[in-house]
Design a protein around this ligand. Structure first.
Ligand SMILES: Cc1cc2nc3c(=O)[nH]c(=O)nc-3n(C[C@H](O)[C@H](O)[C@H](O)COP(=O)(O)O)c2cc1C
Length: 148
């Protein structure tokens, strides 16, 4: 069974809720999914997933949520090479901010720098347009993961 490490960044629970729904969906598609709410690099590496899936909101001015920031900094400092391992990012944001989806962008750039292969271009979900981000995230995930 292919493994997915689902790494979440959330302040008010929106991205967290999407991640929980995503976990159920992906488990239903036959994946073994580990959800990391306080991700620690060594734990994620030890799980040895085929795919790293990041679902994160943006806070402050383009900032990474507090629960995800230590993981981001650890990856940046230790630079573990993914060697072609796949990743995907779903970014929740609000287009009224100049730094729209800034946290998702920072994660996307970093995972590409450590030589991950992006499964699909980052999905941005705009809180100005969508009150229920899971209604966009789940069909997108199903499309990316049903045959991969
Ligand atoms: C204080 C605050 C700062 C925010 N800053 C940004 C930002 O810089 N860029 C952005 O795209 N969205 C920003 N947002 C919007 C959130 O990312 C968006 O509402 C998201 O859906 C919240 O998800 P969460 O409940 O998982 O934290 C901000 C929201 C708040 C309340």
């Amino acid at each position: 069974m292919a493994k997915i490490a689902l790494i979440v960044g959330s302040v008010y629970g929106g991205a967290q809720y999407v991640a929980e729904q995503a976990q159920s969906l992906l488990a239903g598609l036959g994946y073994e999914v580990m959800l990391y709410e306080e991700p620690v690099l060594d734990e994620v590496l030890a799980f040895d997933a085929k795919v790293w899936l990041v679902i994160t909101s943006t806070t402050g001015q383009g900032d990474i949520p507090d629960n995800l920031l230590p993981f981001y900094l650890e990856v940046k400092n230790r630079f573990p090479l993914l060697n072609g391992k796949q990743f995907a990012v779903i970014a929740l944001g609000d287009s009224s901010y100049e730094t729209y989806c800034g946290a998702g962008e920072q994660l996307q750039e970093l995972l590409a720098e450590i030589q991950g292969t992006e499964l699909a271009p980052m999905l941005r979900i705009d809180a100005c347009e969508t009150l229920e981000p899971e209604t966009l995230a789940l069909p997108w995930l199903e499309q990316q993961f049903k045959n991969s």
